[in-house]
Design a protein around this ligand. Structure first.
Ligand code: ADP
Ligand code: GN1
Ligand code: MG
Length: 387
């Protein structure tokens, strides 16, 4: 494969000189013809690789190539063992249910040496998946029905992993959704103020510190055993699920880097944070940010349906807290990253992380206004299930 074939002009800035070396290591079918950046994830570098099969009119093949973010994921070997184990487990379940194993679960493409990932000559880690065809991820909800279906799929994912051997999982990011610990990290970032940015964000900092007492509400319930630890996805935003282009049914849950022990309450909450917001995650006009109660209600119904009755009443009762704490935590993480100099999340403009943080806080404030209704809708589901 040469530079003439791969479209390097489509590859924006940085860290990609090794892309050709990486592509050559994987067992792809056909001849690589194009490779360009793909998707809107904040963590990994994702590329779409196309190959041609040399036949006139032939369609070729497509793959997703990812440079894993090893600043975020410090144990790529453990992470890839998780993904290999979880995808094999899910594949069996999909096959048993008579589903399409090429589309309903991620398929890792092996390296020529038979490995699940490749470490290039400069130490960067690469992996490849089969491209899931005729499906797409969305950054905003287009209809209540689509959101309901994504909820069902994330709930179902949760239910399928009920039987997964927890002890075989590596914790890919320790304390990922430990909200009180995230709060401590935030306070340290404010104190250190590495970039001299804290003085301009006093009201955002106060918004977080005013809610200090709430940070441990879900973690305390987990630690006391009032709600169970489960194998969860932990990054359940809408663009981490692919919907079928034609039927809009959920096809596949992707982005499995953070599958590890956690709580279903937070899987629910993170989906609400992203999908039931009437504005985008980085909207600058905060008057557009609000919680859509119809979307929130649709998601509760879909999620519980997908979980197939596996959640306890206490978990259902905590769903509003899941939504609020995931939004507060995420805002706190964006603000921490802003204060530390934008080292964790990919940013595409100056102040991007601050815009994202402000959006999250505006959403938390709206949840507080709608708190009684959020709780009523959760309680209503418990009543329905006991009838
Ligand atoms: P990140 O951790 O950076 O969010 P993801 O694993 O979510 O990375 O991938 C980024 C995007 O690439 C996804 O939102 C999705 O649009 C697309 N994508 C990832 N894997 C596949 C796949 N196997 N088939 C089709 N699209 C994919
Ligand atoms: C990141 O990888 P991506 O873009 O799906 C982040 C999530 C945040 C999210 C905010 C490993 O998700 O925790 O909620 O951005 N993933 C990681 O959009 O930190
Ligand atoms: Mg993603």
């Amino acid at each position: 494969m040469g530079g003439k074939i791969v479209d390097y002009q489509m590859i924006a800035q940085g860290a990609c000189e090794k892309i050709e070396e990486a592509v050559n290591q994987f067992c792809v079918e056909g001849k690589p013809s194009e490779c360009r950046r793909y998707g809107s994830g904040h963590i990994n570098d994702t590329f779409l690789l196309c190959t041609t099969d040399g036949e006139p009119g032939g369609e070729g093949h497509r793959y997703i190539l990812q440079r894993m973010n090893t600043l975020v994921f410090k144990d790529p070997k453990g992470l890839m063992q998780n993904i290999s184990g979880v995808t094999a487990f899910l594949r069996e379940q999909v096959a048993k249910a008579g589903g399409d194993v090429q589309r309903e679960v991620l398929t890792l493409v092996k390296t020529k040496g038979g490995e699940d990932y490749y470490v290039d000559s400069s130490g960067l880690c690469w992996r490849m998946y089969l491209f899931i065809t005729d499906a797409a991820g969305f950054d905003t909800v287009e209809s209540e029905e689509d959101f309901y279906r994504s909820a069902e799929a994330f709930g179902h994912f949760q239910k399928l992993l009920d039987q997964y051997p927890v002890s075989s999982l590596t914790e890919t990011i320790p304390d990922f959704h430990n909200t009180p610990k995230r709060y401590e990290t935030f306070c340290r970032a404010v104190e250190e103020d590495a970039c001299g940015r804290a003085r301009d964000v006093g009201s955002e900092i106060a918004f977080v510190t005013d809610r200090k007492e709430q940070m441990s509400i879900v973690m305390d319930k987990l630690n006391s055993g009032e709600i169970p630890w489960r194998v969860t996805h932990n990054d359940t935003k809408l663009n981490n699920i692919l919907l079928d282009n034609r039927t809009k049914r959920a096809v596949c849950v992707i982005d499995l880097d953070t599958v590890m022990p956690g709580t279903a309450v937070f899987d629910f909450g993170d989906s609400i944070r992203f999908g039931a917001n009437t504005a985008e995650e980085d909207e600058k006009d905060l008057s557009r940010v609000s919680l859509s109660l119809p979307l929130y209600e649709a998601y509760i119904k879909g999620f519980l349906e997908g979980c197939g009755g596996s959640l306890t009443d206490e978990e259902v009762r905590l769903l509003p807290w899941g939504a609020k704490l995931m939004t507060l935590e995420c805002g706190m993480r964006f603000l921490t990253d802003y204060l530390e100099g934008d080292k964790y999340f990919k940013v595409h403009r100056p102040g991007h992380n601050l815009d994202r943080a402000r959006t999250q806080f505006a959403l938390v404030a709206d949840m507080e206004r709608k708190w009684d209704e959020m709780n009523r809708l959760a309680e209503q589901m418990i009543l329905k299930e006991t009838l």
